[in-house]
Design a protein around this ligand. Sequence first.
Ligand code: PNW
Length: 474
Amino acid sequence: MPESKTVAFPRDFLWGAATSAYQIEGAVAEDGRTPSIWDTFSHTPGRIAGGDTGDIAVDHYHRYRDDVALMARLGLNAYRFSVSWPRVQPTGRGPAAQAGLDFYRRLVDELLAHGIKPALTLYHWDLPQELEDAGGWPERETALRFAEYAQLVGEAFGDRVQQWITLNEPWCSAFLGYGSGVHAPGRTDPLAALRAAHHLNLAHGLGVQALRSVLPAGSSIGVSLNSQVVRPLSQDPADLAAARRIDDLACGVFHGPMLHGAYPETLLEATRSVTDWSHVLDGDLRAIAQPLDALGLNYYTPALVSSPATQPQGPRADGHGDSPYSPWPGSEDVAFHQTPGDRTEMGWTIDPGGLYELIMRYSREAPGVPLYITENGAAYPDKVDDDGRVHDPERIAYLHSHLSAVHRAVADGAEVRGYYLWSLMDNFEWAYGYAKRFGAVYVDYATLARIPKSSAHWYGKAARTGQLPPVDAV
Ligand code: PNW
């Protein structure tokens, strides 16, 4: 049975690519931009592999026209990017910086002129350093500042951007930023991490309300969660309990308040040794549980966990690098194991079934809310071949299998309306610096030249035809 016949997507499906400001823009001191926590962090010796920083990144700030033209040539019809908070509101408070807003206006207009639908993420981890100096996400004040920032950006672009995303992967902001410390600001305090999670939730809720007050009817507001797929190593009750605790800390801590207006009871219980949750004030849960027009899911790999009693820690596979500090407050004892199967260069097991499970789960958690895969992709050690091309059959296989999983979920009734490949182009991969390449487009870091990999051509063909080409079609 020819695959290309059966794997056809809905006609209005969004075939996009995703990026984030700090990972691609560079130009960190131009037009009034001030440092974010990622500037500070990347300039702190020992934090980033190779001492890399986002100072230049892939210079998208100056090359955005070419980058948009490239997306259009490939055939993409959607692009997810993030706005750098310190570029448009340098101190994290007060009036907007016009030059910063102008950059995003030019970018959005360029996208629209090429028939590419913009999806704007307000916060992809680059908190203005000034707000971190005032306490950062563990402090309630930061959520109030975020709502103001959301309103400012909403007012500026509500007339031309239809799709809005408040936060990208708040799990990383809270638990890698303040728990394991492998992300900015690099703090390692379990209580601060749980407080940060709540204030990110509050920022989301207040941000949605602020956006609603300024965006035209028909705008779509959502959030992108890296809700993980957590599997127990066995059906032993101790392993099931361990999986429950990690699932609460990965997913429930965000989707509980956002979708159901409450933190899971099991989460409150399992974190009692860290906090009594007295930072959750009256009315917060109501403020957080705003109706959403879309839910973004970012997916890379599942987690496999056990109780330390049934099976001690295997090779660390919990995504927090080699930090001795845990990103799982109150559940530091849970053991993580390597999921069987081939892995990408991140060491992340390739498991498209996990994406299917994730979609089906959120179809149930958020019935009637359209879903978008706002990130999915793979890092491989790509090289330019003698023929001047970059051949990445592994990435094509990864995309094919994951898009097939999306298709299967759609066939089973899930309302998935779009897919954004992570990432449009190679970029600053956070703590890994430029050593990991997630792009469909290769970036030569010596010249900053862009070379579409074979996966970019393959994905472009899928976008143009609305169906998955065979993996050897390029
Ligand atoms: C996501 N983990 O990051 C981000 O949204 C992107 O900016 C990033 O480039 C991409 O995925 C690839 O890493 C993550 O440790 C970083 O579990 C770390 C984890 C998960 C996602």
